[in-house]
Design a protein around this ligand. Structure first.
Ligand code: 48H
Length: 259
């Protein structure tokens, strides 16, 4: 016989165990778009303790919708190596353009990062960072509906050795850091430079270049990196996002290993 109470008990018990274990992390990833998922996949595969916080119901960010809701994405040759781990069907369209079904690649990134050990907390929004001794050392989280409804409910804290802002266009966490603590980022002006208009060629290069530690223990990837450093946008080509996620993984791994 199926007991209704048992079903609820199992969910509550397991969720709170998972949350408790993940209140202290090696890496907190904010945002479950392509760059955050690729970074998380590799970090977790290397044995680091990683949680990813995604404010929406489904992680995947801007990848599901392809270009203007036509659910296909383009990637370039340089990103094919990163794609090897994700087992997707890639159509060679010639001249260095490759096409992938956006639903297939997004679901694969989510599935593989979860299987690699990334603890994904969806419906949780990162609303602040923990700042101590001029260094980021955690994130502040709350339920998305609490934030959405502007309810006056205090958040909880997750401590983390490293924090990755993978929040896409708004570079939300870097913006909070600058706005609330007036810190000097590792950018030309020390502030958020702001994203530039469309230029696929430059935007794709810049998103990888701009993937950096921009404050002690605080990194940016993907569109957040271009937002922070004033890079171009690039439209529905996603190789740069995958490569940026991979670069942030390498930077964070090297820094964690040095400590
Ligand atoms: C928790 C949050 C919070 C928060 C936001 O936008 P994304 O897909 O991110 P990237 O940078 O990996 O990929 C960018 C790509 O999708 C894109 O937009 C491109 C290529 N645009 C080009 C163009 O020209 O327009 O994902 C970010 C994720 C989203 O799922 C958000 O819901 C989530 O971050 N998020 N999660 N706490 N405070 N803010």
């Amino acid at each position: 016989m199926l007991e209704d109470q048992k079903i609820s008990e199992l969910i509550v018990k397991n969720y709170f165990e998972k949350l408790k274990v993940n209140l202290s992390l090696d890496v907190a990833i904010v945002g479950g778009g392509p760059s955050g998922l690729v970074a998380g996949y590799h970090l977790a595969k290397d044995g680091f303790k990683v949680a990813l916080f995604e404010t929406k119901l489904a992680p995947g960010g801007g990848m599901w919708g392809g270009g203007m809701m036509f659910n296909e994405i383009v990637v370039q040759k340089e990103s094919l190596d990163v794609l090897k781990d994700f087992d997707v069907d890639i159509k060679d369209e010639g001249n260095g353009y490759f096409l992938i079904d956006s639903v297939q690649i997004t679901s694969s990134l989510i599935y593989k990062s979860s299987k690699a050990g990334v603890k994904i907390f969806n419906l949780i929004k990162v609303v602040d960072v923990v700042l101590k001794d001029n260094s980021v050392c955690g994130v502040v989280i709350n339920w998305t509906p609490v934030e959405y409804m502007s309810l006056h409910v205090d958040p909880l804290t997750v401590v983390s050795k490293k924090v990755l802002d993978a929040t896409g266009h708004p570079a939300e966490i870097a913006s909070i850091l600058v706005k609330k603590a007036n810190v000097k980022l590792n950018t030309p002006s020390g502030k958020i430079e702001g994203e530039k208009p469309m230029n696929a060629e430059l935007g794709e290069m810049e998103t990888v270049e701009n993937t950096k530690e921009i404050f002690k223990n605080f990194y940016v990837s993907g569109m957040a990196a271009n937002g922070v450093f004033g890079g171009f946008r690039m439209g529905p080509i996603f190789g740069g996002m995958l490569l940026s996620g991979y670069k942030s993984y390498k930077l964070i791994k090297e820094d964690l290993r040095k400590e």
